[in-house]
Write a protein that binds this ligand. Structure first.
Ligand SMILES: [Zn+2]
Length: 255
């Protein structure tokens, strides 16, 4: 009778070390030096290889920086990078574009209202620059999409709330891939740009109600337009990911 022995998986050991280190890092302020490789080996009771692999992964994710001869340090969280990672996460989780649109409606309509109440001249300048770029980029989807994102982030930063700004960055990162994909098959809605002007104008005039209405109509129109255009091209659903099942589910939620 053959004795059964489960093989030791090196990968899962690294994951475990990674989890311990993450738990440790959550409680540390940026700039703190982590214990040395040797100390970690002793404390965790694992090999140098496992510790090194886990630290390497943290460094790749931008959580720590490894400085030769000095040690490993906790890094300042990078919101841009975090947003990109969340965008990636959504693709991997096969989240649909429409869920992001729904979340944008919840966040961005209120954000537009706050922006109208709190905006400063510098925010208006950023919004104006983005709107102008879009005016000149109606035939250039990639340029339009980048300026579109810049516009919505300028509105978010005018709301003067770090948490809401972070939400907005994350939402924009989540739809970035899907949006780029959409604009390779359909044209930019001319209406979208009208709403950008309307939102910008309402924020400039410090009219929160109008800014909120503009933001809501922008997202509604965008959804209706994209659904209609994609139906015409025979591509039923744009996805942040590539899974067809999600596409079918997303269709049930159509309004
Ligand atoms: Zn927009």
């Amino acid at each position: 009778m053959a004795l059964q022995i489960d093989p030791i998986e090196r990968g899962s050991l690294v994951d475990e070390v990674l989890q311990r280190l993450e738990a440790l890092i959550v409680g540390l302020t940026p700039g703190t030096r982590l214990p040395t490789e040797q100390e970690l080996c002793t404390q965790l009771g694992v090999s140098r290889t496992s510790v090194r692999a886990a630290v390497q992964r943290l460094a790749e994710r931008g959580v720590v920086s490894v400085e030769v001869g000095r040690g490993t340090f906790v890094r300042q969280p990078d919101t841009q990078r975090l947003s990109e990672q969340l965008g990636l996460l959504v693709r991997l989780d096969r989240e649909s574009y429409w869920q992001v649109t729904e979340a944008r409606r919840i966040v961005e309509v209120q954000v537009a209202g706050l922006a109208a109440a709190r905006r400063k001249a510098s925010h208006l300048e950023a919004m104006r620059a983005a709107v102008e770029t879009m005016d000149g980029a109606m035939g250039d989807p990639a340029r339009f999409a980048a300026a579109d994102e810049a516009f919505h982030l300028a509105v978010a930063s005018a709301a003067d709330n770090e948490v809401l700004a972070m939400f907005s960055q994350q939402l924009q990162a989540m739809i970035r891939t899907a949006r780029n994909e959409i604009f390779t098959v359909i044209e930019i809605s001319p209406k979208a740009q009208e709403f950008h002007h309307e939102i910008h104008d309402a924020i400039r005039r410090k009219a929160p109600g109008e800014a909120m209405a503009g933001a809501a109509r922008h997202l509604d129109e965008m959804e209706t337009y994209i659904r209609r255009m994609l139906a015409q091209t025979g591509r039923p659903e744009p996805l942040a990911g590539k899974d067809r099942e999600d596409a079918d589910e997303g269709a049930h939620a159509s309004r």
